[in-house]
Design a protein around this ligand. Structure first.
Ligand SMILES: [Zn+2]
Length: 591
């Protein structure tokens, strides 16, 4: 299976044979490209490897993730946690983050040459930083932290042990998430530009392409719909599957599905450079050198979002939508769109390269059609036209929507309907807002009104949920003027739901009067049915203790330390969900 959002972190040897014919040419092209564009580069050999093992990658810079671009590299850690993490250059710790989500335990180091290095998913920090963070957690009585620090407090020399690798936060498995950012504007830069050597002699693999009609009169093989074609490797080159003739009329766009692999590593990573040529002329050229956080969600408009959302394939467009603020384009002709208006053939060729210059090619021909343009109008009923470059708002009955300018990728025929027939519409109807296959680059505001006769006691427990198949996914919601208000970055089916159930606390290794003198942690499995766990607090003998949260395992746990002496104790754990339903677990134990 082609992996979508999930990246895997094992090491399984696998052998592929490849042609090195294009490698030299691409290496030269790459060198020229980098030298001609100084702001996309990094000083060479200034930063050392943060790990004591050679760099192998479980994820590359700029690869496509669910709803965002990956802004660093994922360094493999042999499937283990606890590897020493070194400061890649001298500087000072400028930010410490502790969170059950995102980068988990993370450190930022600011270097005097104008860059910041970031180390994510750490299992723990070094002893000095750990003691500092812990005293702050006890002082605040708060587990999550986001601490900004000035120079002088934790200065580091290149090579110092700053932390240990792990899988904290949103990591799918043990690895080190490593970023280098420009300190001036916070833009993440491809760390491989710093000169890290990665053993990778395998060219990227090409799975297939898709072709899309881009205006009302375009056709592909006489149809006004997308055409998906698989690729196959023949004598070291990729070709389209046999008998895949392509005739096209009008303006069309192409997308490619591809991934990179490295020697002895089974991870499917994002390639570095993608080039598309039309009769020998480069019409599209991207390379993943620099991103910025204001545009990382523009990935949603640069892929076949419907194919990704429905888990069909990850197809990256080689053309631009109307709204595109990405800075990954080195060359673009006519926004990558191809015009087929005469019988002229278009000989198309893709060049897909990894950072080492290993390149795969895919060639195919599009035959231009001559014919009278038939215009394919969107005849399905719609309520309004939402322009991508203007704010859009619409209200009807108990629903209001506000989409900011620039959140859509193209002008959109806005569609909305009410479903009052579903089984659980006692609280509110189901609101069909556009459809889940329409991408967004930014959040919009959604306001829903509940049925008017609901008592306040129930309204207090309300959240907006998105219906995904049979499941309800909470998207939160705060009351404002009789509306429940939330800010999703996805369209689809929404309704108001009431969370009446308290979180469930299941002790993992505790029971009444247990002798815990040999245990290192005290852990609880904590889940909630709908709105999610929002707050927790653990006390022993009435005093706050540092309980940590592992969002992947659903664990809340305390690691025994000198806050608990030998002898009998009383533990109290309070957990609330996002709407305030609260569960308390209490027990006696000895230490
Ligand atoms: Zn990462």
């Amino acid at each position: 299976m082609y992996s979508f959002n999930t990246k895997k972190y094992f090491s399984v040897p696998c052998l592929f044979f490849f042609s090195g014919a294009n490698r030299l040419l691409f290496a030269i092209a790459l060198l020229l490209a980098i030298n001609s564009n100084a702001q996309d580069s990094l000083p060479k050999n200034y930063f050392i490897n943060p790990l004591d093992i050679p760099v192998t990658l479980a994820g590359t810079f700029g690869e496509i993730r669910s709803d965002h671009y990956h802004t660093g590299i994922d360094m493999r850690t042999e499937g283990r946690e606890g590897l020493v993490v070194h400061a890649v250059a001298s500087g000072y710790v400028s930010r410490i983050v502790v969170s059950p989500y995102g980068y988990g335990n993370a450190l930022y180091i600011t270097h005097p040459n104008g860059y910041i290095s970031l180390y994510g998913h750490l299992s723990k920090f070094n002893r000095k930083i750990t003691n500092y963070v812990k005293s702050k957690q006890y002082a605040d009585e708060k587990y999550t932290q986001d601490i900004a620090l000035a120079a002088g407090q934790f200065n580091v020399e290149q090579g110092d042990t700053i932390a240990f690798s792990g899988s904290s936060g949103g990591a799918d498995g043990p690895h080190l998430h490593f970023e280098i950012r420009n300190a001036r504007n916070d833009d993440p830069i491809n760390p491989l530009l710093a000169g890290y050597k990665v053993v990778d002699n395998l060219a990227p693999k090409i799975k297939g392409i898709a072709l899309y009609p881009l205006n009302d009169s375009s056709t592909i093989n006489n149809k006004h719909e997308a055409l998906y074609i698989k690729a196959e490797k023949v004598n070291n080159r990729y070709l389209l599957a046999a008998d895949s003739n392509i005739n096209a009329y009008g303006s069309i766009g192409i997308a490619i599905s591809c991934f990179d692999m490295a020697d002895s590593i089974e991870n499917r990573n994002g390639p570095y450079i993608k080039v598309l040529k039309d009769n020998g002329d480069t019409i599209y050229y991207t390379r993943m050198n620099v991103l910025d956080f204001s545009t990382i969600h523009f990935i949603n408009g640069h892929i076949d979002y419907a194919a990704m959302h429905n888990r069909i394939d990850t197809l990256e467009y080689s053309f631009l939508q109307d709204n595109d603020k990405l800075r990954i384009y080195k060359k673009l002709v006519n926004k990558g769109r191809i015009y087929c208006r005469t019988k002229k053939n278009h000989t198309m060729e893709y060049f897909i390269s990894d950072f080492n210059g290993n390149t795969s090619t895919l060639a195919f021909t599009i035959q231009g059609d001559i014919k009278k343009a038939k215009v394919y109008k969107d005849t399905a009923k719609f309520l309004a036209v939402a322009s991508w470059d203007k704010p859009f708002s619409y209200s009807s009955g108990g629903m209001k929507i506000q989409i900011p300018a620039g959140a859509l990728f193209n002008n959109m025929h806005f569609r909305y309907s009410l479903d009052t027939t579903s089984s659980n519409t006692a609280i509110s109807p189901v609101y069909h807002i556009q459809d889940a296959n329409t991408p967004l680059s930014a959040n919009y505001t959604l306001m829903l009104k509940p049925n008017p006769y609901l008592p306040d006691s129930l309204l207090k427990k309300a959240v907006i949920v998105r219906l995904e198949g049979k499941s309800k996914v909470s998207v939160g919601g705060k009351w404002d003027n009789g509306y429940l208000v939330t800010h999703p970055r996805i369209f689809g089916k929404f309704m108001i739901a009431i969370d009446l159930y308290r979180p469930v606390i299941k002790p993992v290794n505790v029971f009444k009067d247990k002798d815990m003198s040999k245990d290192t942690v005290m852990a609880f499995d904590v889940t909630d049915n709908l709105s999610g766990v929002g707050y927790f607090k653990g006390t022993i003998d009435g005093k706050w203790i540092l309980m940590e949260s592992d969002s992947k395992k659903n664990w809340i746990y305390y690691t025994f330390d000198d806050h608990v002496a030998k002898g009998p104790h009383h533990l109290r754990l309070v957990v609330s969900d996002e709407v305030g339903n609260t569960t308390v677990y209490e027990t006696d134990f000895t230490r």
